[in-house]
Ligand binder design. Structure first.
Ligand code: GDP
Ligand code: GDP
Length: 471
């Protein structure tokens, strides 16, 4: 193979508004490779290819994730950063030279210093005199000399190149081009080995025996009441478990043969005690619980449904790739149930369009009504989350989709979808091999996701698509 030099993978990190997206666009321009970047597909990062003074780069940016949450900036920045630099050769840590060094920058610098990924400190917005004070302050961060840059005006790129040169991959760690894409996915199987029915998909991971269920929601929606109703007499309380917080109690029981374990119930009880006070949604806590869960039941109050916090949590669940079930509680006290239900469903569809068909159940935790239905739906969501579609079926389906609506022409040439395979479940994640992944438009990805959801009956489940180069 000629020209098989491995690309240098660069992650752009930093607090919001320092100019990450501007730099990304400056480097990558229109040659943007969308990876998991479709409404309806959880987005982990966006990556694009760039060439900077002869250095071949894969650039990763996480800026778009910021809008997802509206609380705990530090927690979400840390998570974003971890993801972005996980596979990067080097991190470009941006600060705003005009704004100077902020406490958040200091925090960030602290984590980055502890990590293994080398860091290049970049003082952005350094054009003109306004950036000079920030440039000096930047030394305090203990990350060496800052590279002054103006992403917007394209100044300082030569200095950036110089800073990147030491990290340029050496010929001995050459890699064929396709592997660069693979590096973005989680240990994807070789399609050639995947077999006609996709038998060579990922080796079955250690399946935890129980369905891990989390109950989340704003204060006062009825989480504790629901919890207590679920953990009825016949259900078994077990002791503290390894891997959970010290004061957490795991509650486990069987539901129609399926062991179910409630996670982080102690946290719920603890919070329930401060009931009545003005209590803020603890996003960091909620996120922790969501990450421990397979299925997350988001409890809403039938009288105050889908406010900003509800949506924040719903998006966290989707973004973390968990199965989401919505329980509309206090249904006993709703007067005109028919009208209310219609309104709620409409609202869900418009507020969370990215995951069509999220299962919703109206319940009364207080009276123990429709809790069986809730558990039923939970179990079904769990099954869909675990769903695997054989490769042969997938490819038959994708051929049909392409025949109905071929991908567009780009510069007179047809984009070709070569092959598709499910690379993992929990949530269902598919690799799509395309001759020119960079050019496949977003609306086409949406078409595929919606099509998958319909054809294989996966309503309400997060579906992830990974674009990969396949010639
Ligand atoms: P992100 O949140 O870190 O991705 O930041 P953005 O790329 O969205 O940029 C935040 C703001 O800073 C935008 O208004 C940009 O136009 C502006 N900006 C980005 N780079 C520069 C720069 O080099 N100089 C100046 N003056 N402004 C910039
Ligand atoms: P949490 O903060 O989400 O744990 O909410 P709680 O479980 O403490 O419930 C908050 C309030 O809503 C309490 O006064 C409950 O009695 C009430 N509540 C909970 N579930 C229901 C329900 O199904 N119907 C009605 N009418 N009230 C409920």
């Amino acid at each position: 193979m000629v020209e098989a030099k491995r690309r240098l993978t660069v992650a752009i990190v930093g607090r919001p508004n320092v100019g990450k997206s501007t730099l990304f666009n400056r480097l990558v321009g229109k040659r943007l490779a969308l990876v998991d970047d479709t409404p309806g597909v959880t987005r982990d990062w966006r990556a694009g290819e760039a060439r900077l003074a002869g250095i071949e780069l894969t650039v990763v940016d996480t800026a778009g994730l910021e809008e997802v949450f509206d609380d705990s900036l530090e927690a979400r920045m840390r998570r974003q950063t971890e993801r972005a630099i996980e596979r990067a050769d080097v991190a470009l840590f941006l600060i705003d030279a005009r704004a100077g060094v902020t406490p958040l920058d200091h925090h960030f610098a602290g984590w980055l210093r502890k990590g293994r990924t080398p860091v290049i400190l970049v003082a952005n917005k350094a054009e003109g005199a306004a950036g000079r004070p920030g440039l000096l302050e930047a030394f305090e961060l203990g990350l060496g000399e800052p590279v002054p840059l103006s992403a917007e005006h394209g100044e300082g790129l030569a200095d950036l190149v110089e800073a990147l040169l030491p990290y340029e991959p050496k010929p001995e760690d050459e890699q064929p081009d396709e592997e660069i894409w693979e590096a973005w996915d989680e240990a994807l199987p070789d399609p050639a080995e995947a077999g006609a029915d996709g038998a060579a998909e990922e080796p079955a991971p250690e399946e935890p025996k129980a369905l891990q269920l989390a109950i989340v929601g704003r204060p006062n929606v009825g989480k504790s009441t629901l919890l207590n109703a679920l953990v009825g007499e016949e259900r078994v309380l077990t002791g503290p478990e390894a891997g959970m917080t010290r004061d957490a109690i795991a509650v486990e029981w069987n539901w129609r043969g399926q062991p179910v374990r409630l996670v982080d119930t102690a946290g719920l009880r603890r919070r329930a005690r401060v009931d009545g006070k003005l209590e803020k949604l603890a996003v960091a806590d909620t996120l922790r619980v969501i990450r421990m869960a397979h299925v997350v039941v988001l409890v809403l109050d039938a009288h105050a449904i889908l406010d900003k916090q509800d949506l924040t949590i719903a998006r966290m669940v989707v973004e973390e790739g968990r199965a989401l079930v919505i329980a509309i509680n206090k249904w006993d006290s709703v007067e005109n149930k028919g009208a209310a239900l219609k309104q709620l469903r409409d609202r869900l569809e418009t507020s969370l369009p990215q995951v069509r068909g999220i299962p919703t159940v109206t319940i009364s935790a207080l009276r123990g009504q429709r809790l069986d239905e809730l558990l039923d739906v939970t179990q079904k969501a769990y099954a869909l989350w675990n769903k695997r579609i054989p490769t042969a079926q997938l490819n038959r389906w994708v051929r049909g989709m392409v025949e109905t609506h071929p991908p567009p022409l780009v510069e007179g040439r047809r984009i070709k979808i070569r092959y598709m395979t499910q690379v993992k479940a929990r949530p269902p994640t598919f690799a799509v091999f395309v001759n020119k992944p960079v050019d496949l438009p977003e609306h086409y990805l949406r078409y595929l996701v919606n099509g998958l959801r319909e054809a294989f009956e996966m309503p309400g489940v997060t579906i992830r698509l990974l674009l990969r180069k396949g010639s």
